[in-house]
Design a protein around this ligand. Sequence first.
Ligand code: GAP
Length: 508
Amino acid sequence: MSEPAAPASVSMETLVSLCKRRGFIFPSSEIYGGINGFFDYGPLGVELKKNIRDCWWSDMVRRRDDVVGIETSIIMHPKVWEASGHVAGFSDPLVDCKASKQRYRADQLFFSPVTVEGRVIGYVSALESERTASELQEAAELMKRKKAVQGKLEPVAPRDMTEARPEEIELIPSPATGEPGSLTPPRSFNMMFQTNVGAMTDAASVAYLRPETAQGMFADFKAVWDTGRVKLPFGIAQIGKSFRNEITPRNFIFRSREFEQMEMEYFIHEDADWAKSHREWINWCKGWLMSIGLPESHLSEYDHPKEKLAFYSRGTTDIMFRYPFGVQELWGIAARGNYDLTQHEKASGVPQVVFDEATKKKFVPHVIEPAVGVDRIFLAVLCAGYAEEDVTDDKGNVEKRTVLRLSPRIAPVKVAVLPLLKNKPELVARARLLYQKLQRRYAVFYDESGAIGRRYRRQDEIGTPWCVTIDFETIEADGSFTLRERDSMQQRRIQEAELFALLDQKVY
Ligand code: GAP
C-alpha cells in the first residue's frame, strides 16, 4: 500500500473537468441535456469504482470469519418499507418557490431577520454553503443601505426554514427571485421513488426502488441465520444501488438520486456491550478508509446529538471527510438496538428471534450498522489524491504535472507498459508480451504513442502507480525493464519476476 496522499486542496470545477476529460464520470444522458442527480461512470471510473467495491468486499466479507455477504433485490415487497418506517417517515422538508418553481430543502435554506437597533426592517435568505452566515450578513448590510435606515445593524441570526415561524414565511425572500411572498411553508416530501409492479397501475401494485440496501439484510436475517452456519456476533453485508428522490442533488456525485451503498448489519447479543462494538466498527471503518489511501488528516468524527436521534437509536457516529465544499458525512455507523428486526417480526408475523444456549432464552438480536456510499468514497479519493506540481525535466525545463495519487489498491490502471520506441519491432514485441502476461491478473494499459515523458504524464493524471518501459537494455542485456514510480517519479531497473511480486504485494 502506498503512503496516504498529502492533503490537497482542489476545486470541484477542476475535479469535474478531469473526470470528464479522462473518462471517469459523465453526466447521465448528456446528449439529451442530462438528468439532474444521475451520473455515468466511464471506462476509468468504472474500474476505480469496482476496485473500491472489491477492496471493501474482500476486507469486510472474505477476510473476516464473522461476516457473510448477500445480494437482495432492488424492488422488495412494499410491506418492507412500511415496517421499516420509510413509507411514513423517509422524507425531507420541502419548500417551494411559487414564483420561480424552484424547490429547496427547508433545512438547507437559511434566513435571518435584519435588525437595526432592535427593529426588524426585513428578512434575508441564503442557501447552505461554507459562506451562508457571511452571505446573510452582506445581504443585511445591503438592505440597510438600500432602505437608508439609520442606526447600528445587529449581527444576523441564521435559522433554517424548518425553524421559521408561520408569520415569518411570507417575509422571507426566495433565493431565486430575491423577493418575499413566494415561499411556501415546509412540507414533508417522501424521497422514495415509486413504481408499479405488474400490468395494473393501482394502489395494490405500488412498489418502491429501495432507498437503502440495509432492509435487504433485515428481511433476509432469518434465511441467513437458518442456512448460513453463523453465530452471534456476526454480520451480513451487501453492496448495491439505492435510489432517493433527493430534493436538491448537489456537489457532483456526493448527493445523487441513484447511488451505490456498501452496508453491513452486525448482529450482537441483546446483552452485549453495544458501545464497545460500535467503537470497534468506527475504528475499523476509519482504518479501512486509510488503507485505500485517505489521509487521516482529512477524516474526523461527528457524534449525532442524543436529542436528534430516533427513539430506538442508541448512538450514531459519522466519519466525516474534508471535501472541497466542506466537512461532510462519508460513513455513518449507527447502533440501532433491535428496532429493525422487531418491526419486521411485527409486520410479517415471522419470529426474528435466536436461541441463546447459555441462558436458554430467545431474543431478537441488536445491530450495529456501518453504512457508506461508494460514490462518496470515489469523490473523497479523487479530492485527496489530486495534485498539481511543478517538475523539472532533464534539460532544466519546468512544467506542470497533474497527478492523482491513488492507492495501488484502487487505481484504475495498475501499470502501463511502454515500449521506448514504436518503430523498433523487437521493443514492441517484448512490450506486448509483457503486457499480455500482466493483463491476465491486472488492469494494464499499453501505450506506444508520443514521447516517453508525455506518456508518463498521461498515466500520472489517471493515477497509474507504475510505468514499465521496455528499452534496448531489456532486449540486449539482462531482460530488465525501467520501472518508473508515479509519486516519486524515480526510476530503477526491475526484472519481470520482481515486478509481479511488487504488484502482488501492493495491489491486494
Ligand atoms: N441504512 C442506513 C443509511 O442508508 P444513510 O446515512 O442515509 O444511512 C448511508 O446513508 C450512506 O450512504 C451515507 O453515509 C452516504 O455515504 C451514502 N449516501 C446517502 N445518501 C446518498 C446520496 N443521495 N448520494 C450519494 N451517497 C449517499
